[in-house]
Write a protein that binds this ligand. Structure first.
Ligand SMILES: Nc1ncnc2c1ncn2[C@@H]1O[C@H](COP(=O)(O)OP(=O)(O)OP(=O)(O)O)[C@@H](O)[C@H]1O
Ligand SMILES: [Mg+2]
Length: 465
């Protein structure tokens, strides 16, 4: 007789038995998420002969160090044989469990021909949504297999996909509840209804890790502790704007919150419009008004992102974008309010013909927009955004965002630091709204920005040098 050593915790049990199509088992570190994922693939493949499960992770190294290691120690050798060259387990009933990576967005096309019945992602927040959506198009099952294809993921908060994963699973409804959502298929250009579920993991729920580990997590700094120990998705390791607060209780009094209720902006407040260009990636336009104290209010935005697809551009031409901006700016134009337009300096590049800025500019009788070059230096720009977000002792920041600017509220607080340049925002994350904000902030810096100057030569009365 073959015995399988596995006693699932109640949360792991919920993960295995849920009828939802797509599930995220997420949150705290050490909650037993990877173990549940690996065992789920094994039991499904063992139950249904001749099926294929694929476990994705961003890199092979991570697969080797965690998922494959866990599988090797969990799967009985008499039932599953590992082929190290192919990173696959062959089960006695003809099923297989494949371990695959998808390091770059384009790598998803390596899997165009594969048919998957059970699709798994470990550390889902390390993937872009396009990868997740594309790999889901590989889900199919011949009637003879008698299975319903499923997607199961595990993840800690943080990393480049934090924003879309949080929106799709964590914020979709009460924890553990099954939600019906519309999803979009990149390949079929169609939406369909699916059932999703978020199962929160807590480190303290896993009886198989030592108390020392919990004690160690408890000693970490506040944000990291909340993310790792309680699986809190509002603060996570590596979050750039930890100071950002969206508190609906204070939308009216505007204290200790960056998000506020909209109000009628006085005609004489200076106005700005900041623009970050994108075609396959989203473009972003933000409108700002400045009060007499110099406080900035983001009162309108236009984010050029495909609906339901994080970080995917609308593929509008510069002329289409200019037309869209003018449409949205009709109020200012009708009332003769001057709007100072600032853009990413890259749009002035003429090296490949007419620049994007040229194409967006007025060509009488056709109206257009005259941009001036923003300053795109990254770190000073980031510091200016931090400076504007800082609360004064009375709880008022120098930058507010109207609660109608939903894409700012969705993307900016979820930006992580870059792994390679730890002081800077990760440019693989959905950072376009942050970029337009940065150009705006650099056009009205709150603290002096010094351009590096050459040191003057010291006076040398004897002319020795
Ligand atoms: N039901 C179980 N039976 C036996 N061991 C388990 C069980 N669940 C988890 N473990 C063990 O607990 C440890 C932590 O589990 P696991 O790696 O799955 O957690 P995780 O939530 O994926 O952690 P991380 O957030 O670090 O990725 C591992 O050694 C794993 O083998
Ligand atoms: Mg894990």
């Amino acid at each position: 007789m073959i015995t399988i050593q596995y006693q699932p915790t109640p949360k792991q049990e919920a993960f295995h038995s849920t009828p939802a199509n797509e599930v995220l088992y997420g949150g705290a570190a050490g909650g037993g998420k990877t173990k549940a994922l690996i065992m789920d693939a094994f039991f499904r493949c063992l139950t249904y002969p001749h099926t294929t499960a694929v476990v994705f992770r961003r890199t092979y190294q991570e697969l080797e160090d965690t998922d494959i290691k866990e599988a090797k120690s969990s799967y009985p050798k008499a039932l599953a044989k590992y082929n190290a060259g192919r990173h696959e387990f062959q089960l006695v009933n003809g099923s297989s469990i494949l371990f695959r990576h998808c390091e770059n967005e384009a790598d998803r096309f390596n899997y165009s021909g594969i048919e998957i019945q059970f699709l798994y992602f470990d550390e889902l927040t390390s993937f872009e949504q396009v990868i997740y959506d594309f790999l889901k198009t590989r889900l199919r099952a011949k009637k003879s297999l008698g299975v319903t294809p499923i997607v199961r993921s595990a993840s800690n908060p943080g990393n480049i996909g934090h924003g879309w994963v949080k929106k799709m699973f964590v914020d979709a409804g009460p924890y553990m509840s099954i939600q019906t959502q519309e999803v979009y298929s990149e390949a079929l250009h169609k939406t369909k209804k699916i059932r999703t579920q978020y199962i929160p993991a807590l480190a303290t729920e896993n009886p198989f890790i030592t108390e020392d580990y919990i004690f160690e997590l408890e000693q970490k700094p506040e944000a990291l502790r909340r993310a790792l120990l309680s699986g809190d998705w509002d603060s996570f390791e590596g979050q750039v704007f930890t100071e950002f607060v969206n508190d609906p209780k204070h939308y009216e009094d505007r204290l200790w919150t960056h998000v506020i209720a909209p109000f009628d902006i006085p005609m004489d407040w200076p106005r700005y419009m900041s623009f970050d260009h994108g075609y396959t990636k989203p473009f972003s336009v933000g409108w700002w008004a400045i009060d007499p104290q110099g406080r900035a209010y983001r009162y309108r935005e236009w984010y050029g992102c495909k609906p339901r697809q994080a970080n995917t551009g609308l593929m509008y031409t510069p002329v289409q974008i200019a037309e869209g901006i003018l449409e949205r700016q009709k109020y200012e134009m009708d009332n003769n309010i001057y709007v100072d337009a600032i853009a990413d300096p890259a749009i002035f590049d003429k090296s490949r013909g007419d620049s994007v800025a040229d194409q967006m500019s007025p060509h009488p009788p056709k109206p257009g927009i005259l941009f001036r070059k923003g300053d795109h230096v990254r770190l000073p720009g980031l510091m200016q955004v931090h400076e504007r977000m800082r609360f004064d002792p009375d709880g008022r920041p120098m930058m507010y965002v109207f609660n109608t600017c939903q894409d700012f509220i969705r993307t900016v607080p979820t930006l992580p630091y870059s792994q390679t340049k730890p002081e800077d925002v990760d440019t693989d994350a959905e950072d376009h709204i942050f970029d337009d904000t940065r150009y705006f902030c650099m056009s009205r810096p709150l603290t002096p920005i010094r351009k590096p100057k050459r040191e003057p030569k010291p006076y040398d009365p004897f002319g020795r040098d």
